[in-house]
Design a protein around this ligand. Structure first.
Ligand code: MD6
Ligand code: FE
Length: 201
């Protein structure tokens, strides 16, 4: 499959899911959030993140004073729910059927939420890409290189868009500067949901 845009190695595929598929997925994600409620992780620096999170899969991403890591259980002590089937389908379309993701991280951005520039480096094998899907409000996605402080470019991600971060881009810095709150009607109450799929161990 050919990306619509490739920016610093980030491959961007537009409108991969149509509206009906997005709505069906939102229903699946509500079930995930019912089993594993969204929470606000605390950074290793002690600051609560503005993005609320939960996960599905064998592992969930977690952060507190002790650092960033993957955990086998939700903070409630229960295991994470299964990754919804349409999400696994999406991964197989972009990565193949060799291995399924261990973690589907669900990020929820309310009004004013953003995510600072970061690398995704808590996984064991950077040979596997990270696949992300955007749902709901538009978001300004900033992409840089493998060192902090270099030049960056930005692109608006819209509901249904997929970004594949693999190869040279796998360890590139990236983040969300802001969302256009209320720009989409997909999510009741507005906001944005981003799913990232990863192989963890
Ligand atoms: C977001 N995404 O789009 C944040 N990470 O809300 C990420 O941090 C991300 O989009 C790795 C690969 C793709 C991503
Ligand atoms: Fe990331």
């Amino acid at each position: 499959m050919q990306p619509d845009e490739t920016i610093s190695g980030f491959r961007i595929f537009r409108e991969v899911l149509d509206r009906a598929a997005q709505e069906a997925l939102v229903a699946d994600l509500r079930a995930v959030a019912a089993a594993a409620p969204l929470f606000s992780p605390v950074t290793p620096f002690g600051r609560p993140m503005r993005v609320r999170m939960t996960s599905a899969g064998r592992y969930g991403w977690y952060s507190d004073r002790s650092g960033y890591r993957y955990e086998r259980r939700h903070p409630s002590g229960r295991p994470w729910p299964d990754i919804p089937a349409p999400v696994l389908e999406l991964w197989r379309r972009f990565v193949g059927s060799g291995r399924d993701p261990d973690c589907c991280l669900v990020n929820h951005y309310g009004e004013g939420a953003r995510m600072g520039l970061h690398q995704d480096r808590d996984e064991a094998d950077f040979g596997w890409p990270v696949v992300s899907l955007s749902l709901g409000d538009e978001a300004l996605f900033r992409m840089g290189g493998t060192t902090r402080g270099g030049p960056t470019s930005s692109v608006w991600l819209r509901s249904g868009d997929v970004v594949v971060m693999g190869g040279e881009a796998r360890l590139c810095y990236h983040g969300i500067d802001r969302i256009r709150f209320g720009s989409s009607t997909l999510l009741r109450g507005g906001g944005r949901v981003n799913l990232t799929l990863r192989v963890v161990d």
